[in-house]
Design a protein around this ligand. Sequence first.
Ligand code: AMP
Ligand code: GLY
Length: 440
Amino acid sequence: MGSAVGVKALVIGNGGREHTLAWKLLQSPHISEVVCIPGNGGTATLPRCRNLALSMSDFEGIARFALVNNIGLTVVGPEAPLAAGITDALQQQGLTVFGPTQAGAQIEASKAWAKDLMQEAGIPTAKAAVFTDLSQAIAYTKAQGAPIVIKADGLAAGKGVTVATTLEEAQAALEAAFGGQFGEAGKRVVIEAYLMGEEASVLAVTDGLTIRPLLPAQDHKRIGEGDTGANTGGMGAYAPAPVVTSALMERIQREILEPAIATLRKRGIDYRGILYAGLMITPQGDPNVIEFNCRFGDPETQVVLPLLDTPLDSLLLACAQQRLESFPPLEWKAGAAACVVMASGGYPGDFQKGFPIRGIEAAEATGAIVFHAGTRLKPPDVVTDGGRVLGVTAVGESLQEAIDRAYAACDRIQFEGAYYRRDIGHRVLKVGNVSPPVAG
Ligand code: AMP
Ligand code: GLY
C-alpha cells in the first residue's frame, strides 16, 4: 500500500477471469495501467488496459517486457503457465509475481500429488488409490463397486474426471485414459470414492505462511438447465454461497486451508497465490476436498471480485511479498453477485466463431458488468472467439436481485447462436436467503 502511485500490472491469460482481474486492478488508486498477455476483446477495450500479443509460454519474452516496462506486479490467471514454471522464470528476473511456483502448482497439475499432500496433512477427502496399470485399476474398481470416480492425474482442461455410475462406465473411462485420451496426463489415474453433497468453491489468498479465504462461491458446471448434460468450464456462478456458513468457513480454515499451507511449507514449497479448494459439503455438513486448484476460478472470480472493496493490488502484493499476516481484514460489499455465462451455440462441443456481438453497452447501461471471455476485437466490432463468450455479472442487495439484474442485461445482448442457462442460482433460490459474508 502507501504511496505507490502509478504501478503497472501485468495479467497473464485471455479468459473472463483475466478480464475481471484487469478490471478490478484498475479500480485501485495505485494502478496506472494493466497489460494483458494475450488478453481478449474485453481487455482490449477496457480504459487504461491493453493487450500484448505474446504467447503465454514465452516466459523469456514476458520477463523482458516486464523488466523494460517496469511492471510492479504480475498476476497469472491460468494453471498451464503456472504448472510450466512461469512464476519461477519471472522471479528469477527479480519480478514480483502473484501465483505459485512450478513446485506449488503440482497441487493442481497432479491429482496424485495433491491426494498425497492431503493425506499427509490430514485434510478430509475421499478415499483414493493411484494406478499406472489398466488391469490393476479395473480390478480395484470392481472391488470397490460403483458409483466411483475416475480422474486423469495431470491437467486435462477440466475434462479428466468421470463420475461413473456403473462399473462398465468406470472401465470405459479407464480404458480411454490408459489408451491416451488425455495424453500423458491420463497414463496415471486416481480412483476415488464417490461423495454426495453440495459443491462449493473457496478461493483463499496466501503468502505461504498465512492463508485467508475470500467469499465462498458456487458455479454451475453443466451445460443444461437443472444442472444436466455435459460438463463445461462453468455456465454461471454466484457469491456468497449460503451453503458455506460462517461456522463451516471456520472449519474449512482450520481443517483444510491451514493444514494445506503448513504441509506445502514442510515440503519446502513457498506458495504465494490462490489456493482454490473445490469442496463437497456432505449431507452431514462436513467439508471434503474434491480438488485443489492453484489459481483463481473461472467464473467464480467474476462474482467474488466485484464484491471486494479492499484494493486488489494491495492484497496480491501483500501475498507476493509475504506480509499477509499484517494485512488489514478484507472488506466486502454487502449483498451478492451473480454471473451468467453467454456461450456460443454448440459449446461444449463444436461451435463457430467470428460473430459480431451487439448490445454490450446497452447491457452495461443497466448497471451490469459484462466480462469478456472468448471475444476478440475486430474493429469496429467485438466478435465471438471461443466457447464461453461473455460473463454477464451483476451485484444486488440479495442474490435474487443480482440474478434478475444479470438476466436483464443478458436480454440486451445478441450474437448468432448465443446460448445461456436461465436457471443460474436455482439451488439457492429454492432454499432461501443469502447468508452474510463470512470471509476474512
Ligand atoms: P474436477 O475436475 O476435479 O473439479 O471434477 C469435476 C467434477 O466431478 C466435480 O465438480 C464434481 O462434480 C465431480 N467429482 C469429482 N470428484 C468427485 C467425488 N469424489 N465424488 C463425487 N463427485 C466428484
Ligand atoms: N470454475 C471451475 C474452475 O475454475 O476450475
